[in-house]
Structures are given as structure tokens and as C-alpha cells.
Design a protein around this ligand. Structure first.
Ligand SMILES: *Cc1c(COP(=O)(O)O)cnc(C)c1O
Length: 222
């Protein structure tokens, strides 16, 4: 079992360029699987539920960098604020406000990505570009003084139509470039484009992804 996971990890790491960060998406997978990958060097893991993230953080080595990749409710921010390494799923101003408050309470800065709605499906969370322009024109990013804005995140449609998926990734890259040049040109940390999952990460990398979130190709089917 552990060999199987380590082999998958090696294969995936060999298939992505050095400048692209691999987030190992461990949602629903047991502690032992995560420990196996930790033992061969993986340090960044992604979860989509707060409670599961908390439990795994408690049980596993403390130098793991935990990323929250799923929808986050404001009333749960406090549970992850002490330790979360990066929140990929900031999708409203109210959530941003709450993360800022909880970060301050914990005397730290919390790193976040702004999630954008790029898919055709109705179910995906996220900002659209106009909303964020309105937000940052009214309230500049520096006003969120306990937040470190690190870039953008998006999920493409679940589709076999490669052109459609590519178009959506291109769109997220355009959004990133616009925000970078308008609001974050003096923020070196605003540098990440989190896009690409098991089925589409190669495409995402071709379109400028700097961070891929891979679950099933690594751990097996959920
Ligand atoms: C589950 C999940 C992934 C990983 O999906 P796979 O297809 O298993 O690689 C990536 N991003 C988000 C937001 C997810 O919820």
C-alpha cells in the first residue's frame, strides 16, 4: 500500500514542472495514507472539510502545511485559523472579513487565494472579476491587514471538452493578470494560480497553473 502511494507521488511529481506546487488532496483518505506520503517527503496536503482538516492536523506531524480547498463557512474559520497554511476558497467579502478577524486573534497573517467562478456548472462557488474589482476599489487589499493575498483559484467544468476546459483555465489566467497589475503589482506574494485536478492538471499547467490539487490520481478513487 505505502509503495503504491509513493510510486504514484513520484510519477505525478515527475510529470509536473519544478515551479508547480503539488497539493496532495487527501479528503476522505485515512491518516495512514497521509503518513505514507509524508514519510517520502510530501508536506502539502489539501482538505475540503473543516472538521476533517482539524482532526488530521491533530493526528499528524506538525510541519505539514494544510490547505483548505473546499467551501468555507464563516462560522468555521475560527477552527482552522490557528494553523491553516493557505485557504484556496475565499469566495465573498464577508468571508474575507472573518478570516482577517480570526487571523488577528491568532496573532498571525493568513494566506489566501481568491476563488473565481470559471465553470459552466451552476454548483461552483466563487467571485466574478467585477465583484473583486468593486471590492478592491472600495477597500484596498492592504486594509485586510492580517491577510496575505497569494493569488487565485478556480475549478474548470467537469467536461471531456478539452477546448472548453482550456478556455476556462485561460480565463482564470486573465483574471489573475488583471488583479496582479491593478491591485497587487507591489505584492510579490500574489503569485499563485491554483488550477488543475487529477483529470485536467496537465492542461492547467499549459495554461499557467502554479499549483495543482491532485486527489484521486494520487490516493486512488474516493
Ligand atoms: C476533491 C478536490 C480536488 C481533487 O480532485 P481529484 O479529481 O480527485 O484530483 C481538487 N480541488 C478541489 C476543490 C476538490 O474539492
Amino acid at each position: 500500500m505505502s509503495n503504491f502511494l509513493a510510486d504514484n507521488l513520484t510519477e505525478i511529481l515527475n510529470s509536473i514542472p519544478k515551479h508547480v506546487t503539488l497539493v496532495a488532496v487527501s479528503k476522505t483518505k485515512p491518516i495512514e495514507n497521509i503518513q505514507n506520503l509524508y514519510d517520502v517527503g510530501q508536506r502539502i496536503f489539501g482538505e475540503n472539510r473543516v472538521q476533517e482538516l482539524e482532526e488530521k492536523h491533530q493526528a499528524l506531524p506538525k510541519d505539514i502545511q494544510w490547505h483548505l480547498i473546499g467551501h468555507l463557512q464563516r462560522n468555521k474559520v475560527k477552527y482552522i485559523a490557528p494553523f491553516v497554511a493557505l485557504i484556496h476558497s475565499i469566495d465573498s467579502e464577508r468571508l474575507l472579513d472573518e478570516v482577517n478577524i480570526q487571523a488577528k486573534k491568532n496573532d498571525r497573517k493568513i494566506k489566501v487565494l481568491l476563488q473565481f467562478y470559471i465553470a459552466q456548472e451552476e454548483t461552483k462557488f466563487g467571485f466574478d472579476i467585477e465583484e473583486t474589482k468593486e471590492l478592491f476599489t472600495r477597500k484596498s487589499p492592504e486594509k485586510f491587514d492580517s491577510i496575505e493575498f497569494c493569488g487565485v483559484m478556480g475549478m474548470a467544468s467537469f467536461s471531456n471538452d478539452e477546448n472548453q476546459v482550456r478556455k476556462e483555465f485561460k480565463n482564470l489566467k486573465v483574471i489573475f493578470d488583471q488583479l496582479k497589475s491593478t491591485y497587487f503589482s507591489n505584492s510579490p506574494s500574489f503569485s499563485e494560480i491554483s488550477m488543475g485536478m487529477s483529470g485536467d492538471y496537465q492542461l492547467a499547467i499549459e495554461e499557467g497553473s502554479t499549483m495543482v490539487r491532485v486527489g484521486s490520481s494520487l490516493f486512488g478513487k474516493r
